[in-house]
Design a protein around this ligand. Structure first.
Ligand code: UDX
Length: 460
């Protein structure tokens, strides 16, 4: 089986490398010649654990190759995956499909024999049919004898664990269509392609094309809703003196709700949830079935990021002095990625700077990306370097290396022992013992430092 992947970005690379690992011959195509050159040398443009070694290894055994020559890759392929970017269009929140349609046009000019053209990029309902129409018209105009079917095969890859998500998914969704004669050749090809997963009993869900397209948005919309919900519950917890972690655990044990995606935090970010919820809300409006729930989720999450800056400013009132300095640990939208897209840090840090707070920041891998969006930051090479001379610490992203900070060392560096933990990675008891003022999400604020200074005064 020969596969061509159009677009060697995040989704294209992971898909290509994993199919090559399954044993197929995969050619990844991209217009960016420099990128292709670097990929041939095994240099990956993104940070994704395990991807670089998989790309190098599958290239070495000659099952994965890279090219700028779309024509050659498509001509010999049994299946062509469109994995180009679909960014949010400026202004209206719609997914920008120009790259998808341009890819369809080019693919049409290169098809030979029978090929399944699969949309892998997250695309609004109706896009796959439009792709089919573009290809059909182009083949007709060229009087080509090539045959094709389209299919929708959305990805559910999480950054930071994308290889595992591809190799051991909860399910694979395949949207195809039966032709007038009752045949579904695309389904047969994709069933064959995903056979290695079928063998480990992964459910393959076969649906119509529109359903498959909508499943992706519905899944991301639902997950975003879970996060927005638990974040609002966290706010209520803070007001009534309840604990969000106990609450999330208890509701999550109800099998109908489920335990995952109930971690309260500073709001969701990343390349999918913000973009996909916007696109879903717009599609729903346009098709006359507006979704007030998804619209509320979007607003709730936007408001949350703003609200988090206010929470930090409130906590910093404990610190005296006119020019306050904050050590910020973690800038990426989540750990194990260098992705800064829609990261809460991009809203929170500028709002703090606006209020006159100086920022000393550290992120294990995100600095290069973060520098493109954030200004006037003093960059540190470690968490402790960021704390030197700072008045307080803010944890924004739960990288593993922030999970076991040395409290004594921190006390030595900070002018005031205040830890604001927006990922709830520390236990309340340990923070009381450590003598910090500790502000977290949806849990009681602890005044360990204030307590210690009161005790010291009363002993004196
Ligand atoms: C997501 C989906 O999980 C994936 O299936 C889809 O294909 C792409 O979008 P990703 O954006 O990589 O993946 O990250 P994910 O781990 O889902 O986290 C998204 C955001 O939600 C992050 O900002 C994260 O911090 C936040 N989040 C997640 C929470 O705040 N609480 C949670 O309980 C879970």
């Amino acid at each position: 089986m020969q596969i061509a992947i159009i677009g060697s970005g995040y989704v294209g690379l992971v898909t290509g490398a994993c199919f090559a690992e399954f044993g197929y011959h995969v050619t990844c195509v991209d217009k960016d010649g420099d990128k292709i050159e670097r990929l041939r040398k095994g240099i990956i443009p993104i940070y994704e654990p395990g991807l670089e070694s998989l790309v190098q290894q599958t290239q070495r055994v000659e099952r994965l190759s890279f090219t700028t020559d779309l024509k050659e890759a498509v001509a010999k392929a049994d299946a062509v995956f469109i994995a180009v970017g679909t960014p949010s269009r400026r202004g209206d929140g719609h997914a920008d499909l120009s790259y998808v349609y341009a890819a369809a046009e080019e693919i049409a000019g290169a098809l030979e024999g029978y090929t399944v053209v699969v949309t892998k990029s997250t695309v609004p309902v109706g896009t796959c049919r439009k792709v089919a129409e573009i290809i059909r018209q182009s083949l007709q105009a060229a009087q080509s004898k090539a045959e094709f079917d389209v299919a929708s095969n959305p990805e559910f890859l999480r950054e930071g664990s994308a290889i595992n998500d591809f190799m051991r998914p909860d399910r694979v969704v395949i949207g195809t269509e039966t032709d007038a004669a009752g045949h579904d050749r695309a389904r047969a090809v994709l069933q064959q392609l995903y056979r290695p997963l079928y063998l480990i009993e992964t459910p393959l869900v076969f649906t119509g094309i529109e359903t498959a397209e909508l499943i992706k948005y519905a899944a991301n919309g639902f997950l975003a809703m879970k996060i927005a919900f638990i974040n609002e519950m966290a706010d209520i917890c803070e007001q009534v003196g309840a604990n969000i972690q106990d609450l999330a655990k208890a509701i999550g044990l109800d099998g109908r709700i489920g335990r995952k995606f109930l971690h309260a935090g500073p709001g969701y970010g990343g390349s999918c949830f913000p973009k996909d919820t916007l696109a879903l809300a717009r599609t729903a409006q346009e098709r006359g079935a507006p979704t007030s729930i998804v619209e509320s989720v979007i607003k709730s999450n936007d408001d949350r990021k703003q609200g988090m800056a206010q929470k930090v400013l409130q906590a910093l009132k404990a610190v005296t002095g006119t020019r306050k300095t904050l050590a910020v640990l973690g800038l990426t939208f989540k750990p194990n990625t260098d992705d800064m897209r829609d990261a809460p840090s991009l809203t929170i840090i500028p709002a703090l700077q606006e209020a006159g707070i100086a920022i000393q920041a550290y992120d294990p891998v995100g600095r290069r990306e973060a520098e493109k969006f954030l200004n006037n930051i003093t960059w540190a090479k470690s968490a402790y370097e960021a704390m030197q001379g700072a008045d307080a610490v803010l944890i924004l992203t739960e990288w593993n290396e922030f999970r076991a900070l040395d409290f004594r060392k921190m006390m030595g560096y900070l002018t005031y022992p205040l830890l604001i933990d927006m990922r709830n990675i520390y236990r309340l008891e340990e923070m009381v013992a450590a003598g910090f003022d500790y502000v977290s999400i949806g849990r009681p604020t602890l005044y360990g430092a204030q307590l210690a200074s009161q005790q010291a005064t009363s002993i004196a």
